[in-house]
Design a protein around this ligand. Structure first.
Ligand SMILES: [Zn+2]
Length: 113
């Protein structure tokens, strides 16, 4: 099972600025897969993409793992059927779309998830 490449890690770190992408308050120390690697997910191209990643503090990573229904609702976790670049995610209080090039775009509309 492989994780994020060094290049993708650099893109993620640049995007976060080293600050947690969920709370925006604490230092980011863990890289989280929005769509988990399990169940064959690791074979898919976009599993280890920047759009599938969130750079998190330990508190928010814990929050996600222990509040999975909430995490799915706001895009911190994604079902295996979804593509990370197309699914909004709640990032520091705003819904955004993450791109594999490290860019972040505002996401308009609540019904588009
Ligand atoms: Zn956090």
């Amino acid at each position: 099972m492989t994780g994020f490449s060094a290049l993708v890690c650099a893109v993620i770190d640049c995007r976060s600025g080293g600050v947690c992408e969920v709370c925006g308050a604490h230092r980011a120390v863990e890289r989280h897969h929005r769509r988990p690697r399990g169940a064959g997910g690791s074979r898919r191209e976009d599993t280890n993409s920047a759009a599938n990643a969130l750079h998190l503090c330990t508190y928010c990573h814990h929050l996600i793992e222990h509040n999975r229904a909430l995490a799915y609702l706001v895009g911190w976790l994604l079902p295996q059927t979804q593509s990370p670049e197309r699914e909004r995610v709640l990032r520091r209080g705003d819904f955004v779309l993450l791109a594999d090039d490290g860019s972040v775009q505002p996401h308009e509309g609540w019904a588009a998830a």
